[in-house]
Design a protein around this ligand. Sequence first.
Ligand code: ASP
Length: 316
Amino acid sequence: MRHLLSTKSLNRDDAVTLLDIAEDMADVANREVKKLPTLRGKTVVNLFFEDSTRTRISFEAAAKRLSADVINFSAKGSSVSKGESLKDTAQTLAAMGADGVVIRHPASGAPQVLAGSGWIDAGIINAGDGTHEHPTQALLDAFTIRRRLHGPASRGRGLDGVTVTIVGDILHSRVARSNLWLLNTLGAQVTFIAPPTLVPADTSAWPATIGYDLDAAIDAGPDVVMMLRIQAERMNAAFFPNSREYSRRWGLDDERFARLSSHSIVMHPGPMNRGLEISSAAADSERSTVREQVANGVSVRMAALYLLLSGDREDH
Ligand code: ASP
């Protein structure tokens, strides 16, 4: 694997291999010394043009556990705020010998531009580009679902027949898009539930069922309910009357949470708006995988960095 830019372009074998390697990496996290020498001498740059907490520190922990050197570059306070272009930034990182670049950018497609540019010969990982994709988030979600469902017998398996209902701001969510492609590739069935204003105008090419009624979706008893954050920073218009109305119709409140079927798990990529899209009782319950998702994120990102950067990259 040369770059990890989207889940749409990931085939089932590659996805399952990555999840299996993440299982091996998770074993490392349980050791007393949580470190492998695999990427010693390699440099990974975290290039963040958009705010992030968990994704950036997750990639940092992942790279450090593989013994890579890590440079954190955040656009705020850098020459980017002086108007430097992506090209000049990339060429600077190339001159510093970056082997891997983890990029988050507000513009959809920025990681693809970087990977195809010739400005830098590094493995590129998309850590979230605008409303487009966030592939490592979807991979850690799939990893978390697979582990909850199959436990130690997870290796080698996909998610055949698993029903996943993804609820909320589909329009602006790169998490929803990356999950849509990956979950389908792994054999799961995806349902999106959202206010009509938060669904893209044309979803005919999406392998998903679209609905607007969260109560009906809950009564259908899905294996997984994934709540999405309301992406207020990407909203330039009023997409719903007010937050009380939103949570009344599309929030996983205590009453809906109590009605979930006994085997369902509750997911959220974070950061959560407690009381808006998810209640505290749901977020903090045994069924919630929110903290597991964070822990699994490090293992999945270790697997991605390993696949991209270990060995002689020309051969991959
Ligand atoms: N952290 C995820 C993202 O960067 C989800 C979110 O922000 O709502 O897309």
